[in-house]
Design a protein. Structure first.
Length: 94
């Protein structure tokens, strides 16, 4: 079931009920040539984040990430672009 998460406009879109179910969706859709993947970039450097998330809270979030830095929107876009391309036809969350 596709749904938009509740909350403010432009909040992240959930294409399924959550990443824990991804392997099941991916395995079931693969036989039809449909790949199913999730991109969860963590904290991304956007104006909205800067306006609404306190700097000290951002530091706390980043301390628990591998790279300990905010992602850039163009990095996320590159991953999504790849996953939507024919080059990613073998990539699936199964």
């Amino acid at each position: 079931m596709l749904r938009r998460s509740l909350g403010a406009p432009s909040q992240r879109y959930q294409g399924c009920s959550g990443a824990p179910h991804l392997p099941v969706f991916a395995a079931e859709s693969a036989r039809y040539g449909v790949t199913c993947n999730v991109v969860e970039p963590g904290l991304v450097a956007t104006e909205r984040i800067d306006e609404q998330v306190d700097e000290s809270w951002q530091r706390r979030l980043l301390a628990n990430t591998a790279l300990q830095r905010r992602g850039r929107p163009e990095e996320v876009a590159a991953v999504v672009g790849f996953l939507c391309s024919p080059a990613a036809s073998l990539v699936t969350g199964a």
